[in-house]
Design a protein around this ligand. Sequence first.
Ligand code: F6R
Length: 250
Amino acid sequence: MNIIVTDRPEQAFKKAADIIACEIHHNPRPVLGLATGRTMESVYRLLVERYETAMLDFSTTTSFNLDEYVGLLPTDKNSYRHYMQKHLFAHVNMPVAQIHVPNGTATDLDAECAEYEANIQGAGGIGLQILGIGNTGHIGFNEPPSPFDSRTRVVHLDDITRRQNSGMFGNDPSRVPERALTMGVGTILEARKLVLVATGAGKASIVDAALNGPINENVSATAIRLHPDSTVILDDAAASIWKGNRRQGS
Ligand code: F6R
């Protein structure tokens, strides 16, 4: 695992954007796994800037988002499909037929999950998967405990996550959907490259658990340490506890 620590969050976002741009440049048919959340907003802004200055062409890129809330229409302003439209898809030339976000309003959610997995396989698998990390240690919405061989499925969101994500729901955690569809940890581990980005002091403790703690299914992000090509990009604040513990040799 490669760990990059930057002085400032902007440098961490730029590193992530550089890696994504490189993946797009160097593949005739890139397949990206995408995440949502506050961390990714800055990364997508940088990618849009590069598209606008003709440095990046998304026309051959296929994307698969990690997750979606159950019950929210793609047009709902709190859905992840809407988030992606607002922050990336509306501004770049990725053909709509190449965009995949789980459908949280499918009548048969299990069938939707199975089809999502099949579509990833059909695209040749994910080349580069971008990840954030939640306060429960989740990647995607793989709340504790999530088996490392789990696949795309319906999950119940942890109360900690519903609090974390309540900002978009009038700061009322009870308005955050109780369930979501998410790629599984096993699905994520099959991507050829993983890049996890975390910034800010609020992430320092869970980053330490992910990087220094025992590898186990109660902190899904520890799974990335099992991947042969994973990179973690942190700013100084998010790295602070991990660095301290590492110095003590624990
Ligand atoms: C969202 C996702 C989540 C977020 C994580 C961090 O698609 O997969 O795992 O990446 O909750 O969210 P932020 O960036 O808002 O702290």
